[in-house]
Each structure stands twice: as structure tokens, then as C-alpha cells.
Write a protein that binds this ligand. Structure first.
Ligand code: ATP
Ligand code: SF4
Length: 324
């Protein structure tokens, strides 16, 4: 079966007064039906820019300069704004990071979910939309009678659940979660992740989960893309990558935190800092920080390719024939 989402060579830059910020360069990945792909990387690696590109909601200056975003076979990068509006919510929906304030404080939570349903499915009458809002709340583990509550009457965890319910209002095929639960305490975060897993299984949802926290990805995703400075440096089966990371950057991340499934971890453990994406290093963008750097690393961009062993892809000159 064709993947729900297939991103090919996505290149998204931001135009600034100082030049183009090369936030996402030549990024390719796919998501099958019912599959969760995690995108992990340090702050500024381009994860959110990928998510915003998929929905074509980039801020001013942001531009998709190359590549295709095939959603159920249609290239979103070439749709008109009008056509794109039909994809958002119904096709692809997003739960934003730190979105605890996403609800309008002066309207009841239920009314806001009802509005989301009716905007995207105008034929749904008020009664049917109310029933649906109640069902959605129940689906995410919130008492349906809470439709009549205002956002401030919800706890942080409940608000997060209600936001997920709202993102599901128009029955999307693909849900993007950008830093799910970042603002929540550890227990509520774990519950939110459990909910995401359950929803994926129950609804057959495809997901793209974006996080700088490897443990979140390890707990929820079958597949993972590790991003560094706007590029995917390692990609494939999550278990394989966490068990046997191949890229020096991923190795650094995984080694620094041996118990991926245990402690909460942050991807800030590697010495040095990511490059300025206005003028990234030539060749491999990790070369200023890499303990194994070779001559070729300064000159040639390593392709994301099979390493000759293992099942996943890696972009590093240490692997494979013909890479130099
Ligand atoms: P975080 O985890 O902090 O959200 P991220 O991995 O999602 O980071 P992005 O937010 O996608 O990374 O940023 C990628 C790069 O693009 C960074 O260098 C960032 O400074 C730059 N960038 C993001 N938004 C803009 C903008 N509106 N204008 C110019 N540059 C931007
Ligand atoms: Fe290090 Fe070179 Fe591999 Fe980049 S390509 S990660 S610099 S060895």
C-alpha cells in the first residue's frame, strides 16, 4: 500500500535581511497508514519547519524552495491556497507545542470543538456536532459533560487531551504533534503519550511526532528521523536506531543517555553547538563537532544511504563504498 505521506527532497528556507536561513535541506521520509514517525533533533535543527511545511503554514519569509509533499498521492507543495485549506484539519491536523493557551478563555471548550467540527464539515448540525464533541472528549479520556466547562476549569492534562480531541474534530488521516506535552509534568506527559499511542491504534491514525526528547520518540514511534542542522542524518526503524545508532551525532545522543526508556532526556549533551544555518559548514554539517571528521567531510555532503549493514539509512562518510 502507498504511504499516507511521502516527503521527497523537501527544502524550506527563510528569507531574512541577512540572507536565506537554510532551515530544512533535502529532507525525505514517508509515513505509512497507522504508523508513527518521530522527528528528533536539537533546538533549531528544523523539526518545526518540516511540520509547518507539511501544512503550508510557514511564517512570513518561510518558503518551500524544492521538493514534493505527497499526501495520499497529491503533491501539497503545488496546491493552491484554496485547495490546501481542504487538506488542513480533514487531511492533516496538528497539535502545537506549548499549546496550552490554544483555547479561547471566554468560550466553553465544547463550543470550540463544535466550531472546529462545523467549520470543516458545514453540513453537520449543532446537535450532531455536540454529540461528536462529547464523543471526542470521551475518546481522549475526558468526561463528556465537560463540554460545558471553560478552559480554566480544566487541568493542564485535561486541556492537552481536549486539544488533541479538537485536532481530531474533522477526522484527519495524519496527526502532527509538535513537542507533545512539553509544558506538562512527567506523569501527565506519560499519560498524554499513552493516549497518543492508543489513538493511533484505535483510529488507525498516522502520526508525525516532533520532539527534542528521544524518550518520547522511543515510547511512541515505530520509525525515527534524526535531524541535524536542517538535514536528516539517520532514518529508519526506531528500535534499530536506538539499539545500534550509526551516525556519530546519534551515537552521541544515545550513548549520553543509556536508558532511553527510563529517564527524560534532552538532546543537548553533545559538545559544541549547531551551526548558523545562514552559512552552514560545507560537506557534512556535523563536521565541526564530529570526533571522526575526515577530509572528505569538509567537501562532500554525505548522502542518506544504507550503510551496508543494519536496516536503516545514515548520512555519514564513515559508511559504505563509493561515498567519497
Ligand atoms: P525547536 O525545537 O527550538 O522548535 P526546531 O528543530 O523545530 O527547533 P525550527 O524552529 O524549524 O527548528 O528552526 C530551524 C531553523 O530555522 C533555525 O535556525 C531557526 O533559527 C530558523 N527559523 C525558524 N523560524 C524562522 C523565521 N521565521 N525566520 C528566520 N529563520 C527562522
Ligand atoms: Fe563525522 Fe564525517 Fe560522518 Fe559527518 S560525514 S558525521 S563529519 S565522519
Amino acid at each position: 500500500m502507498a504511504p499516507v505521506l511521502e516527503v521527497q527532497n523537501l527544502t524550506t528556507h527563510y528569507e531574512t535581511l541577512r540572507g536565506w536561513v537554510r532551515a530544512v535541506d533535502d529532507v525525505s521520509f514517508s509515513v505509512e497508514k497507522g504508523e508513527a514517525l518521530g522527528i528528533a533533533g536539537e533546538s533549531g535543527s528544523g523539526k518545526s519547519t518540516v511540520a509547518l511545511s507539511l501544512l503550508r503554514i510557514l511564517p512570513r519569509g518561510g518558503r518551500i524552495r524544492k521538493g514534493r509533499i505527497l499526501f495520499e498521492g497529491t503533491d501539497l507543495a503545488s496546491l493552491s491556497n484554496e485547495e490546501m485549506r481542504k487538506i488542513r484539519w480533514k487531511g492533516i491536523s496538528i497539535v502545537f507545542q506549548g499549546a496550552m493557551n490554544a483555547f479561547n478563555p471566554v468560550f466553553k471548550v465544547g463550543d470550540q470543538i463544535i466550531e472546529a467540527i462545523q467549520i470543516h464539515e458545514p453540513k453537520t448540525d449543532k446537535k450532531a456536532a455536540l454529540d461528536r464533541a462529547r464523543n471526542l472528549l470521551e475518546l481522549v479520556g475526558v468526561e463528556p459533560d465537560r463540554v460545558d466547562n471553560y478552559p480554566h476549569e480544566f487541568s493542564g492534562g485535561m486541556r492537552q487531551r481536549a486539544l488533541i480531541a479538537m485536532a481530531l474534530a474533522a477526522n484527519p488521516k495524519l496527526l502532527i504533534a509538535d513537542e507533545p506535552g512539553t509544558a506538562l509534568d512527567v506523569i501527565v506527559q506519560a499519560q498524554t503519550l499513552k493516549l497518543m499511542r492508543e489513538l493511533k491504534d484505535r483510529l488507525g491514525l498516522s502520526m508525525v511526532m516532533i520532539s527534542h526528547d528521544l524518550s518520547i520518540i522511543a515510547e511512541t514511534c515505530e520509525k525515527v528521523a534524526i535531524m541535524y542542522a536542517g538535514r536528516i542524518v539517520e532514518y529508519g526503524d526506531a528500535e534499530g536506531i536506538f539499539k545500534e545508532p550509526l551516525h556519530p551525532y546519534t551515537q552521541g545522543l544515545v550513548k549520553a543517555f543509556p536508558s532511553i526508556k527510563g529517564e527524560r532526556i534532552r538532546l543537548t549533551s553533545i559538545p559544541g553547538s549547531p551551526p548558523d544555518l545562514l552559512d552552514p559548514p560545507s560537506g557534512c554539517r556535523f563536521n565541526p563537532r564530529c570526533p571522526f571528521v575526515m577530509d572528505v567531510c569538509h567537501k562532500v555532503v554525505p548522502p542518506l544511504a544504507p550503510p551496508g549493514k543494519g536496516t536503516h539509512l545514515v548520512a555519514c562518510h564513515l559508511y559504505g563504498e563509493g561515498r567519497k
